[in-house]
Design a binder for this molecule. Structure first.
Ligand code: NAD
Ligand code: UDP
Length: 312
């Protein structure tokens, strides 16, 4: 049994990860400022003796004694990370610095939740880990993209200079139950719109592509990377099945039985045209690959949103 810190543990991916770690018998400390996280995501864990919730902002240093750190704290939806972009930079840079300082002090292994956004609007397709990316340094997405890139830089400098035991996961679009109703990312937006009978807002012509990974696969990948010996990454974690956004909209309408119309809204600036992970490295080094396809994952996600919207 290990003592494991999960920053952002009250968020979408974090809360599923916390559950999986508790199920493996670990002690879990969840560090949260509840910017985009939700107490409801972890309410059912509060009474458990091996679970502890710490309200704290990663931008501020903290002293804790742990064996492992999963650093997930950071708003992930463009709507939320652009709300206060300077804060997003601080969370990625100062937050990661603080967590690396903690890991160094107590000799903990630390995993950074990086992102496919480090590849920007990629000119290499599918994206492999050796691609350096195509990122606008001054655009609306830069606070997140460059923030995550600098977080990776810090991870590798602490590793080289201080021997910190690091793991870097480049997470591609992940979806599933517990995404916030107001999250603003595409899967949750489309599912909510379809269930409420509102128009489905496809940005641009919907020909841009994404590859959607179901949450249980992502949690398994993150844990496999943390447990892998002698492998820092960076490693892509995602589902390589690529869809256009228009295809996703049509699939959601079909699966919900919704009467919602599909409408087109302006494409946000710097929206990546295509994205698909090459997961050869994860498959080879971690024996990991996604098992849940889009239809199965969407069915679970739609059922969860249906239930929550009915409660509201
Ligand atoms: P999320 O917004 O649901 O979760 C992020 C959590 O971090 C929230 O609970 C939020 O309250 C917390 N947080 C934010 N700033 C904080 C701060 N300064 N101090 C403490 N807590 C803070 O998003 P998610 O989808 O669960 O993403 C989790 C991590 O995975 C993020 O680092 C994100 O960048 C990364 N990621 C996610 C995806 C995806 O598709 N879901 C893709 C790439 C990378
Ligand atoms: N998108 C869309 N309608 C929405 C929300 C998003 O068409 O209501 C598009 C968005 O422009 C992008 C894709 O869906 O091309 C994925 O967007 P998301 O915000 O989920 O993630 P990211 O752009 O960071 O991959």
């Amino acid at each position: 049994m290990k003592r494991i810190l999960v920053t952002g543990g009250g968020g979408f991916i974090g809360s599923h990860l916390v559950e999986a770690l508790l199920a493996r018998g670990h002690e879990v400390l969840c560090l949260e400022n509840f910017f985009t996280g939700n107490k409801a995501n972890i309410a059912h864990l509060l009474g458990q003796p091996r679970f502890e919730l710490i309200r704290h902002d990663v931008v501020e240093p903290i002293l804790l004694e742990v064996d492992q750190v999963y650093n997930l704290a950071c708003p992930a939806s463009p709507v939320h990370y652009q709300y206060n972009p300077v804060k997003t930079v601080k969370t990625n840079v100062l937050g990661t610095l603080n967590m690396l300082g903690l890991a160094k002090r107590v000799k903990a292994r630390i995993l950074q939740a990086s992102t496919s956004e480090v590849y920007g609007d990629p000119q290499v397709h599918p994206q492999t880990e050796d691609y350096w990316g195509h990122v606008n340094p001054i655009g609306l997405r830069s606070c997140y993209d460059e923030g995550k890139r600098l977080a990776e830089t810090l991870m590798f400098d602490y590793h080289r200079s201080n021997g910190v035991d690091i793991r870097v996961a480049r997470i591609f679009n992940t979806y599933g139950p517990r995404m916030a109703v107001n999250d603003g990312r595409v899967v949750s937006n489309f599912v909510v719109q379809a269930l409420l009978g509102q128009p489905i807002t496809v940005y641009g012509q919907g020909q841009q592509t994404r590859s959607f990974c179901y949450i249980s696969d992502m949690v398994a990948g993150l844990m496999a990377l943390m447990e892998a010996e002698g492998f820092t990454g960076p490693v892509n974690l995602g589902n390589p099945h690529e869809f256009t956004i228009l295809e996703l909209a049509q699939k959601v309408v079909e699966m919900t039985g919704s009467k919602s119309a599909i409408i087109h809204a302006p494409l946000p600036p710097d929206d990546p045209v295509q994205r698909r992970p090459d997961i050869s490295l994860a498959t080879t080094r971690l024996s990991w690959y996604p098992r849940v396809d889009l239809a199965q994952g969407l069915a679970q996600t739609i059922a969860d949103f249906r239930q929550r919207l009915a409660q509201d």
